[in-house]
Design a protein around this ligand. Structure first.
Ligand code: NDP
Length: 247
């Protein structure tokens, strides 16, 4: 299905995990894709090459989401390279967990920079290119924004909950400009950050209603729905794709 034919998408953190799955899915649906990464140049380029082999245009750009200038430049590069920008997926995230007593300012700042300031900054940069109408901003939150099941999640949960407010506020602000803004909260998803065969995986899977981890492609499917024409009337929403983790 080519529901995204002619569209251009930028995905932050597209070298691995959920971001790579989103890049593949949006490309499958017809979009040209730009993906950012921080360190994994080889993996990011592999994702871009696979997309190109399937007949779509793709580009991997190094941009640390914690650096607002680099992130803004990546957004502008995407629009300049492919002539437009329709879809922004704020996916890149860091996962610092630990007791409150051990949280140092540097970790707090890094989490807030990557998980909160970057989605805000990228949205600001992207919307300048979304003047044709039909723009989409989709951020990746987390199941633990709503249910912090273990001690030690406060910083990460706080950072993801901030995206609820950003999503609602931007939905109101950008609706008149034809841009929808939504948040997808994945449940435990099999990636490098949270492998389904990791030491705590069985316990974590046990918190879901379906008793298993998601594949990254299952998160990407909902992102694709929001990005496409069928998602046009959904905005300001937080959608849980979490196997019932928060049920
Ligand atoms: P991974 O650790 O597997 O991948 C993270 C991706 O983000 C990589 O592409 C990485 O790039 C990129 N990234 C990280 N920091 C930066 C940065 N500062 N600048 C640019 N890119 C960066 O994570 P997941 O795929 O598991 O997670 C993706 C999103 O989903 C995150 O926002 C996470 O919080 C959220 N999430 C994940 C869940 C899970 O169970 N996996 C559950 C709920 C939410 P590089 O390869 O260069 O390091």
């Amino acid at each position: 299905m080519n529901r995204l034919e002619g569209k251009v998408a930028l995905i932050t953190g597209g070298s691995r995990g959920i971001g790579a799955a989103v890049a593949f899915r949006l490309a499958e649906e017809g979009a040209d894709t730009v993906l950012t990464y921080e360190n994994s140049a080889e993996r990011a380029n592999e994702v871009a090459e696979r997309i190109k082999a399937s007949g779509r245009r793709a580009l991997a750009v190094r941009a640390d989401s914690a650096d607002p200038e680099a992130l803004t430049a990546a957004v502008d590069e995407a629009a300049a390279t492919f002539g437009r920008l329709d879809i922004l997926v704020n996916n890149a995230g860091v996962f610092h967990v630990g007791p409150l007593d051990d949280m140092e300012p540097a970790e707090i700042d890094r989490t807030l920079a990557v998980n909160v300031r970057a989605p805000f900054t990228a949205s600001k940069a992207a919307v300048r290119h979304m003047d044709r109408g039909g723009g989409r901003i989709i951020s990746i939150g987390s199941n633990v924004a709503e249910r912090a099941v273990f001690p030690g999640l406060a910083l990460y949960s706080m950072s993801k909950t901030a995206l609820v407010g950003m999503t609602k506020g931007l939905a109101r602000e950008l609706g008149p400009r034809g841009v929808t803004v939504n948040l997808v909260h994945p449940g435990p998803t099999d990636t490098d950050a949270n492998p389904a065969d990791g030491p705590n995986a069985e316990t974590i899977a046990g918190f879901t209603a379906v008793g298993r981890y998601a594949e990254a492609a299952e998160i990407a499917a909902t992102v694709a729905h929001l990005a496409g024409p069928d998602g046009a009337y959904i905005t300001g929403a937080s959608i849980h794709v979490d196997g019932g983790f928060t049920a």
